[in-house]
Write a protein that binds this ligand. Structure first.
Ligand SMILES: [Zn+2]
Ligand SMILES: [Zn+2]
Length: 171
């Protein structure tokens, strides 16, 4: 089964990229994967923008054969950037560290309580799993590009407007 773009037929699908719901009628991207638990294939749904960041390869593959995809150029450019820097698809948003216990995956130093940290996820066999954190200040060393604000904000839907402004300032 090829990957697909389609209008969501129900309100029940959830985006694997941002964990938010996909509204009925909204355009969604379906990544087709072999079923780990049996025969056949399963489809994992995403908002197209979330897939561009987190699943660039299948998204680009699907774009090649899809006709009318709104925002195609932005999707392509985000997906190409994510493909070029292999760690970018791991970005899962930012938050203030609730404790001082986690260590940064880049510098191995603890991340102080209250400091901004970037959440990482790893994608393996169709599943995203938590992959730890890095200091905001370690982003350029870890991702090999510092230009990730848009992507970090995209995956931080839980942040209130004031926090988003503070995060932008911290960048
Ligand atoms: Zn999403
Ligand atoms: Zn660090």
């Amino acid at each position: 089964m090829p990957h697909v773009f389609e209008s969501a037929t129900t309100n029940r699908s959830k985006c694997r990229g941002c964990k938010q719901g996909i509204a009925k009628g909204e355009l969604r991207f379906g990544e087709s994967l072999p079923n780990q638990f049996g025969e056949g294939e399963v489809t994992h749904w995403f908002h197209p923008a979330c897939a561009a960041y987190k699943r660039p390869e299948p998204l680009l593959e699907a774009l090649q054969s899809a006709a009318d995809v709104p925002g195609r150029e932005a999707l392509e450019s985000h997906a190409r950037a994510s493909l070029a820097q292999h760690r970018l698809p791991r970005i899962d948003g930012a938050e203030r560290s609730p404790t001082g216990q986690a260590k940064c995956r880049q510098c191995r130093e603890p991340i102080e309580k209250g400091a901004w940290r970037i959440r990482l996820v790893f994608h393996e066999e169709g599943t995203f799993s938590p992959g730890g954190f890095i200091h905001l200040g370690c982003r350029a060393a870890y991702f090999e590009t510092g230009d990730i604000l848009e992507q970090v904000l995209h995956f931080s839907p839980a942040l209130a407007e004031a926090d988003r402004e503070e995060l932008k300032a911290a960048f």
